[in-house]
Design a protein around this ligand. Structure first.
Ligand code: FES
Length: 784
């Protein structure tokens, strides 16, 4: 099959001779698969759900050539991220190219407007791109964005005020299209006049770039785009008269004085037009998609209405599951490979990032919408690497504030009966209308006007897993020893609780004291109906265990976070020595149960003051018989670690949890054992507060993002990364949990965490950004 000149590919790039005679030919004669031949991103099926539309490809043919489009289509998470990461092999230069080339007549119309859209931050190669990005990124940092919060809150209030008493609305028409446009214009520094015109023009820009307009529509679109171009130029000229304004464009105009070769006139004009589209449509569609999917999942909607602290992570899950950018483009600059597929130089790529976001290899049960998904923010809707969306945190701010306004004021809102339609195009996706309804008599502010003054704190940047909590009900609370309370927790709606693995813990929030404490799970991991923990009342308690003992009783509803596991069993372990001291038995009991289930050779060594003070003793004895060795101090029995561990065994691993003195003793006795044989649960960080007088500042180069940052002496690497708009997850911020891990390409790390094993630390290819630093202030290079 020969491609037409329309796609820019002169002939089919598939090597026909490489195919056997058995390979079925597609309808157009190519040896591409039937799915690849049928792929049409302008079809209604793609518009309704791009990830479902290419599900077959994710499973069977993750990278394929589409003869209809003249593009190679990339569908899996790792492949899409690898393409984003390498902006030299995969040039962004075609990101804004018209996917359906214009007719000569349409081009003539554009020329009549002196249309001259050229390179912007989105479609520019290096080295020009990073030079501009570095100069222009400052107004996008979380710190700088905070100044826009009052305006976004004010707009959310004003728009909802207009229809709150109507009982129904088309949210796209009445708010979600226009409000992000106002925010976008405000951010850019553009006056709000001409908003209606800008609205029409920016739709035309989408059709022009990513759509398939017919010949007549092309002419209409060309006039609109030409007008958009001219209006952008006029607005820019107005700004030049008053370059002291607070917008991003004025910031660029001011920088032009010192960097005229980097911030050129043509560049400013192109960015003016592209910035309006980029800042507006992505967020408008993103908010509509988010509200739609949340209302389609009433349990999730109810939960964010009841607990607004869940909104930041819910936003990430909405962006992952139903984001506003369905696909993005790159050009192969040389012969290369993506996954198992050879890609020729000059090939055009359509990376279906919405499909990558539904890849089960990356996201567990990716099709499930889960507002507590802990890796939701690894979605690729904002892209990745040096071209990642600069406005991602502005979008996050708008989404969070709009959702907060709706959940507080219209928690009883429902989707109306409707069929969703989308503007046919490959990349920008959101419903054209979003019809909702509610009973105005039930509006909470009619009986409680105070809700209008409530605000959840804004969270810019990566949402922290530590903010994701869930309610549970205490089904049983019994004292199992004089000072150990065992709690059995179930979900309030009878639904299964999250799965967990032995060694995992949950955090209990102690009412409104602001205190939360971690407790290891000791029930059966296979039973998702309930969770069990045992809490020792610590005589030195500063409020955690004492509060739980004094306040929690059967029937209470409490908030927990997790489960999370920092104390995992090695999946290949052959033999286990399990050592517990006192209440340290809780994770050990779950591990012992797992060892028994998996047929692993194991023994349990459990020490305590007296048998009556040792929790779970009876059930452990019943389940494990002779494998359980009990050392009760009042019986004169002590575990002799030196004898127990006298002979190192390469096939045995030791898992231990208990008082620090016990763990120190074990560590000494394991010195002759293989590295990493001993694995311990640490409840407390070994880190002190950062002491700037003793720390060195150091430089860190971010290879994928093309940035170099300085980590100040009074700052952690994590803080420096987040301050520069780089998404890195975090949770404990004490070197305990492993969620802030980053990959190290070069440089020596001063490891200060308790997550990595000794040999992992020696490998020096990853580090915990919340606590670890460079050795002696030398430079580090990270794969970020
Ligand atoms: Fe937990 Fe860094 S955030 S180890």
């Amino acid at each position: 099959m020969n491609q037409t000149a329309k796609t820019g590919v002169s002939r089919c790039p598939i090597d026909h001779s490489a195919f056997s005679n058995n390979k079925p030919l597609s309808a157009n004669g190519c040896p591409v698969s039937a799915g690849a031949a049928a792929f049409d991103p302008f079809s209604n099926d793609y518009q309704q759900s791009p990830p479902d539309y290419v599900r077959w490809a994710r499973e069977e043919e993750p990278v394929f050539y589409s003869p209809k489009l003249g593009y190679w289509i990339v569908t899996r998470y790792d492949d899409v991220k690898a393409v984003f990461r390498d902006n030299k092999t995969f040039s962004p230069s075609i990101a804004l190219e018209k996917i359906t080339p214009n007719s000569d007549e349409a081009n003539a119309v554009l020329a009549s407007y002196d249309y001259g859209m050229s390179r912007t931050l989105v479609n520019e190669d290096e080295p020009a791109h990073m030079a501009r990005r570095r100069l222009l990124i400052e107004p996008f940092t979380p710190e700088a964005l905070k100044q826009h919060e009052p305006l976004v809150r004010k707009l959310a209030r004003q728009y909802v005020d207009k229809f709150i008493n109507d009982g129904k609305a088309d949210l796209v028409n009445q708010m979600l299209w226009e409000a992000p446009l106002v925010v976008g214009l405000h951010f850019l520094g553009v006056p709000e006049e001409d908003m209606d015109l800008l609205r029409q023009y920016s739709i035309a820009h989408t059709v022009n770039t990513w759509g398939r307009p017919g010949p007549e529509e092309q002419i209409k679109v060309a006039h609109a785009v030409g007008n958009f171009w001219q209006l952008s130029g006029k607005i820019l000229e107005k700004m030049r008269q008053n370059p002291e304004g607070g917008g991003w464009m004025q910031y660029g105009i001011r920088l032009q004085k010192d960097h005229p070769e980097v911030i050129t006139d043509s560049y400013l004009h192109s960015m003016m037009m592209a910035g309006i589209v980029a800042g507006h449509e992505t967020t408008a569609h993103g908010t509509a998609n988010a509200i739609k999917i949340l209302l389609q999942h009433p349990d999730a909607w109810r939960e964010i209405c009841e607990d607004p602290a869940l909104i930041p992570n819910a936003v990430e899950e909405c962006l992952r599951h139903n984001g506003s950018i369905a696909a993005w483009r790159r050009l192969a600059t040389c012969d290369t490979r993506i996954g198992e597929v050879d890609i020729p130089a000059g090939a055009k790529l359509l990376m279906v990032s919405s499909s990558a976001n539904h890849d089960d290899r990356k996201f567990e049960e990716a099709g499930t919408f889960d507002i507590r998904r802990e890796n939701a923010s690894e979605q690729l809707t904002f892209g990745y690497g040096s071209h990642q969306c600069m406005g991602k945190n502005l979008a996050r701010m708008e989404l969070q504030i709009f959702l907060e306004e709706f959940t507080r004021r219209l928690p009883h809102m429902k989707l109306s009966e409707q069929t969703f339609s989308y503007l046919p195009n490959t990349s920008f996706r959101g419903p054209e209308h979003l019809l909702v309804e509610w009973d105005p008599a039930q509006n909470p502010e009619r009986t409680n006007p105070g809700i209008l003054d409530l605000h959840a704190p804004l969270r810019l940047g990566e949402p922290s897993a530590s903010a994701i909590s869930r309610p549970v009900v205490v089904e049983q609370a019994i004292l199992v020893t004089d000072d150990t309370l065992k709690l059995r927790l179930v979900s309030p709606d009878g639904k299964p609780l999250p799965r967990w693995t032995p060694g995992a813990h949950i955090d209990i929030e102690c009412g409104d004291t602001g205190i939360s404490r971690q407790y290891s799970l000791c029930s059966d991991p296979a039973d998702t109906g309930h969770l069990e923990i045992a809490i020792l009342k610590d005589p030195e308690s500063r409020g955690g265990s004492a509060w739980i003992h004094d306040n929690i009783k059967q029937g209470d509803r409490i908030q927990i976070r997790g489960p999370r596991n920092h104390f995992r069993m090695d999946p290949d372990v052959k033999k286990m020595i399990l050592v517990a001291g006192g209440i340290g038995i809780t994770p050990i009991s779950a591990m012992a149960r797992e060892a028994k289930l998996r047929g692993i050779d194991y023994e349990i060594h459990y020490s305590g003051r007296s048998r009556s003070s040792m929790a779970l003793l009876e059930e452990l004895s019943a389940l494990h018989g002779d494998r359980l060795k009990v050392y009760a101090r009042d019986e004169g029995n002590r575990n002799d670690f030196a004898t127990l561990l006298a002979k190192p065994d390469p096939d045995t691993q030791i898992y231990a949890c208990g008082p620090t003195r016990m763990l120190d003793g074990l560590q000494q006795c394991c010195e002759t054992w293989p590295e990493d044989a001993l694995r311990m649960e640490h409840f407390h960080s070994v880190l002190g507060a950062l002491d700037p007088s003793k720390e060195n500042a150091f430089e860190v180069e971010l290879k994928d993002s093309g940035l170099t940052l300085t980590v100040a002496a009074d700052q952690t690497l994590l803080q420096a990364l987040q301050g520069a708009n780089i998404d890195v997850q975090s949770d404990c911020c004490e070197g305990l949990c492993g969620s802030c891990e980053v990959n190290v390409v070069q440089g020596e790390v001063d490891h200060r965490d308790v997550v990595l094993t000794r040999s992992e630390k020696e490998l020096n290819n990853k580090m915990m950004s919340c606590c670890s630093r460079s050795v002696a202030g030398k430079k580090l290079v990270l794969a970020l």
